[in-house]
Design a protein around this ligand. Structure first.
Ligand code: ZN
Length: 495
């Protein structure tokens, strides 16, 4: 019974979220509870910028106990641990004995008693997410808010049978009680093949969507006014440890926010929306439980029509010009390990090992931007490669971030460099043995302003103890050097 009450509360919350802007008052918001659409017999209303829902939704749809006392027009909504009291037409309410002021009062409209859903839901500890573009309100009951696991996981008939739309929530207490259960974790839904575990921004250009199971995203699309990139993930659900929400981004030229929720069309389609300041091109890639959306700054956007530079044919005796760049150097030490070892030292060590291997290669003529502890400027490095009209450019680095961030990444900037990055990353990850963070778009000058296929390797994170230990291990360094040679040979078709 408690569950039933909670469900009813949730419904109310959804409604109060809708702002009454202009004709928005005529919009009937869709309400979802834990990803399931809730139908109501009477429509929600927007009054004074708060969404009101029929109180019976709180009882029947959300499953809370609702009491009504006609003499003083009092509405009591309760579960095992909360008691909320509202008085019709009063902006004062009581939550567990404390008086609170409401933006909107409960009211009777056309003989239907309506309550502000946001207030009610929040008071009951529900998560509320309002998706403005789709005019949908999502209520989530956190997995740990009930008395036990079992109570959340009994998948209700409502969610299982109706593969998507209109699950019945208003038919009666017994049905709605069931349909309110179990929806926290959609894993039992046969339509769900993958569960979303996290949505993160890497601070540069990549939105990383991690999941378990199988998720095959639809083709991403854009919306305007405001500009957005939308990616729908069919046959998916939130993992029980992850709930809808958003990530605010302040370090990207155009990306401002990442929102993720149940999509508007089906309870088993999740939607990830990237809010943009201006239209930006993007690239979606997928690999090993991760979907990655790279958002490209319009200022550095590569023309999508660029034809990838044709790698060498492997025939004949053409000698390819290659530039290898040990990042940082001299006055610029780069990242640093906890033990005080510098990135510039790692980078140079790798490059010297590569040089040893490539000195024997007859089909590659290699130029090194530095072979000692000196500092060529970034412009110097770009100029060297461009003047040579090199066939390939590789910049060697190691990364730094938090102590818990780890893994190997290969960066490209221009579209014609991406295939090279993919080839190289394959070898590099194997060589480092570290976590595979994938191929990423990166806005680095040396790979942006060079004119040949150009990539930048972040072999691992020197700020992470495990990565740092590996990267300063001589055997690992030798493997990385060999990997770079293998990647180059595949790129130039010299195998
Ligand atoms: Zn670096």
């Amino acid at each position: 019974m408690r569950k039933l009450v909670v469900v009813i509360m949730l419904l109310s919350l959804f409604f109060s979220l809708f702002p009454a802007i202009g004709q928005a008052a005529s919009v009937t918001p869709k309400l979802y509870l834990n990803g399931k659409l809730l139908e109501t017999l009477e429509n929600p209303r927007i009054v004074d910028q708060s969404t009101l829902v029929p109180v019976r939704v709180v009882a029947e749809g959300l499953g809370y106990e609702v009491g009504w006392k006609q003499s003083d027009k009092r509405i009591d909504i309760q579960d095992a641990s909360n008691l909320i009291t509202l008085i019709v037409d009063s902006r004062s309410a009581s939550v567990n004995g404390s008086t609170v002021q409401l933006d909107a009062a409960a009211m009777i409209i056309n003989k239907v008693t309506m309550v502000p859903i946001r207030f009610v839901a929040e008071s009951l500890g529900l998560q509320v997410y309002y998706d403005n573009p789709t005019k949908a309100v999502h209520l989530y009951k956190p997995a740990d808010s009930s008395t036990g696991n079992g109570s959340n996981n009994g998948s209700g008939s409502g969610s299982e049978n109706s593969s998507g739309s209109e699950s019945s929530s208003g038919n009666g207490n017994s049905n709605t009680g069931n349909s309110s259960e179990g929806s926290n974790n959609n894993n039992t839904n046969p339509n769900v093949q993958g569960t979303l575990k996290s949505v993160q921004f890497d601070g540069l250009t990549s939105v990383m969507i991690d999941y378990d199971g199988t998720i095959t995203p639809n083709k991403a699309f854009t919306l305007t006014s405001p500009d957005r990139i939308v990616l729908d993930l069919p046959n998916s659900a939130f993992a029980s440890t992850f709930i809808p929400g958003q990530v605010v981004v302040d370090s990207h030229p155009t990306l401002t926010k990442i929102r993720y929720a149940v999509g508007p069309d089906s309870p088993t389609t999740l939607r990830v929306v990237l809010d943009l300041k201006t239209a930006s091109s993007y690239n979606v890639s997928q690999q090993d439980g991760r979907i990655q959306i790279d958002v490209l700054d319009p200022a550095v956007v590569p023309p999508e029509t660029t034809t990838p530079t044709t790698p060498g044919t492997g025939s004949g005796d053409k000698v390819y010009k290659v530039v290898i760049d040990a990042g940082h150097g001299g006055k610029d030490p780069g990242a640093k390990t906890a033990a005080g070892l510098y990135e510039k030292t790692f980078n140079l060590s790798i490059v010297l090992k590569v040089k040893e291997l490539l000195d024997k290669e007859k089909r590659m003529q290699v130029t090194y931007t530095r072979t000692d502890d000196t500092y060529p400027t970034l412009q110097d490095r770009v100029d060297i490669a461009n003047k040579l009209k090199a066939d390939a450019f590789i910049s060697i680095h190691a990364n730094s971030f938090t102590a818990t961030t780890n893994g190997t990444e290969t960066y490209y900037n221009r579209a014609d460099s991406k295939p090279f990055a993919q080839i190289m990353h394959k070898y590099l990850v194997k060589a480092t043995g570290l976590k595979d963070n994938g191929v990423r778009f990166g806005d680095f000058k040396v790979i942006r302003e060079t004119t040949m296929p150009a990539i930048l390797l972040e072999s691992g994170y020197l700020t992470n103890a495990t990565d740092a230990k590996a990267l300063f291990d001589s055997a690992v360094q030798s493997r990385i050097a060999a990997a770079i040679v293998s990647g180059l040979k595949e790129q130039l078709k010299l195998q």
